[in-house]
Design a binder for this molecule. Structure first.
Ligand code: CS2
Length: 482
């Protein structure tokens, strides 16, 4: 059932509100055939929403596991997995109950994860574990020296002797795949839904890298039995606030501790095999393609690239949300200039220019970013910049240089990130310590050291370090916040 409210329209609030659950809103629980890692707002507004909308939804239940904390699982388990998607358009909100999550589990419950992944009925594992969780080094390979990777390898090695279980999402996934191999559960698909280019291959090399370091037999089994599907995912989903919980109460007449707010736009492009089947996501608008790279780059460079640029430039100029930053001509100009560079490379690589509808996509993005009813906080986007910029700024800068152009707009995004890293105080980034150490340096040495964290090749190019140094300070007037 969908309830629609126009702006300014108030729904009457009943005195005592019941909690949303499956007796209040009867809906059968589909059997678990999908296991998800990364139960968060985006998973609920995207993959779980698409699964709920699929024509064969009754056959496809999701068991969804949290990452670091159990909170999201506890909130959702308390309402039998049901939650409300608040679709927030310019003209008003609509509210829809999604029922595809049939089990919400604390990610630390690795035993349950292994049990479900081992079950032959499980056909698909989806991932939203964040870009940084793949622990890639600046060459795009699994960083086997990362402390948590080292720790998980030690834990995996000890599992046979009854030691602890892994703590990272990748370690847990590898552990669970080993259980499927032991149970002879058969082939299945792992569907990466994180914003990485070539995300299926990235997930594959990260999983295989970890598996091979633990057990060569497992790596061979994964190679033969697991299909890594690449996807481009899109739906702007800000963090849920208390006001959102109240809006759901007022409109729907029940208490939902786990609603999610999202823009009306959504897109899911997938490429790869599903050896044990999949839901009919195409019923909800998902698109299956042979060649995904052009779609991925369009989304990563145009949408996510603009987001990162706005996150750093916008906060340096005192703005808090995407819509606020975009209303600032200095930020808008930087975004348009970056889009021009990105577009030149999307088209010049011969990547189905016409099919990509880039001018229309850019115009749509401006509308989506200007949806002021979606308070999408720049601080949320700014996190994990060292990982995100490798996908969002570096490829455009490299492509511009290879065509003999300066790449100044992509370089400006990097310069803004560097400036932000000084002004931000505490940086939320997997390389926060390395960034802090680099910021203790001065002049060109500082720029080169920071750049090497993103891409060693760029750091060796004197013209690029000079360009970025010259662009430093572009957005620091007026200074950041009070
Ligand atoms: C954002 C994305 O936080 C970020 O880095 O750029 O989460 C973005 O909102 C989504 O990819 C939109 O689909």
């Amino acid at each position: 059932m969908t309830i629609e409210l126009q702006i300014g329209e108030q729904a009457p609030v009943p005195a005592a509100l019941p909690r949303l659950n499956r007796s209040l809103r009867p809906s059968a629980k589909a059997p678990v055939r999908i296991v998800h890692l990364g139960l968060g707002a985006f998973h609920r507004s995207h993959q779980a929403w698409y699964t709920h909308q699929a024509g064969d939804a009754a056959e496809w239940g999701i068991a969804s596991f949290t990452g670091r904390r159990p909170d999201a699982a506890l909130a959702l388990a308390g309402q039998d997995g049901l939650y409300t998607v608040v679709e927030r358009a310019d003209g008003g909100d609509s509210f829809e109950i999604v029922s595809s999550i049939v089990e919400a589990v604390d990610g630390a419950n690795v035993g349950r994860l292994a049990e479900l992944v081992a079950a032959p009925a499980t056909a698909v594992i989806t991932l939203t574990i964040t870009e940084a969780a793949y622990r890639l080094d600046s060459d795009g390979q699994l960083d086997r020296t990362a402390p948590d990777v080292v720790a998980d390898l030690a834990l995996l090695a000890g599992t046979a002797a009854g030691g602890g279980t892994p703590t990272t999402p990748l370690g847990r996934l590898v552990f669970a795949l080993a259980a499927r191999r032991t149970a002879d559960g058969g082939p299945l698909a792992v569907v990466c839904c994180d914003n990485l280019s070539n995300n299926g291959s990235v997930a594959r090399s990260a999983v295989l890298g970890l598996a091979a370091a633990w057990d060569a037999g497992l790596a061979a089994w994964v190679d033969a039995n697991v299909s890594f599907v690449s996807t481009s995912v899109d739906r702007i989903t800000p963090r849920t606030t208390d006001a959102d919980l109240e809006a759901v109460e007022a409109a729907c007449g029940y208490r939902d501790n786990s609603p999610v707010v999202a823009e009306p736009f959504r897109s899911w492009v997938l490429s790869g095999a599903f050896p044990a089947g999949r839901p009919r996501w195409e019923d909800a608008g998902a698109v299956f393609v042979d060649e995904i790279e052009p779609f991925e780059n369009r989304k990563l460079w145009l949408l996510n690239g603009a987001h990162s640029l706005l996150a750093y430039a916008g906060q340096l100029r005192g703005h808090a949300t995407v819509a606020e930053a975009l209303a600032d001509p200095a930020c808008l100009h930087a975004v348009e200039a970056f889009w021009d560079e990105a577009e030149a490379n999307l088209a010049s690589a011969g990547l189905k220019g016409a099919e990509l509808r880039i001018p229309e996509y850019r115009a749509e993005l401006l509308d989506r970013f200007r949806n002021a009813r979606i308070a999408h906080h720049l601080a949320q986007i700014a996190m994990d910049g060292s990982t995100k910029l490798r996908m969002r700024a570096v490829p455009v800068l490299l492509a511009e240089r290879s065509h003999g152009r300066s790449g100044a707009a992509a370089a400006l995004m990097i310069a803004a990130w560097m400036d932000f890293s000084v002004h931000a105080g505490t940086l939320q980034d997997p390389l926060a310590d390395e960034v802090d150490a680099a910021n203790a340096l001065t002049g060109t040495g500082r720029i080169r050291t920071l750049l090497a964290l993103l891409n060693p090749q760029l750091a060796e190019d004197h013209a690029i370090t000079e360009l970025i140094e010259g662009l430093s300070g572009t957005f620091t007037e007026p200074a950041i916040g009070p």
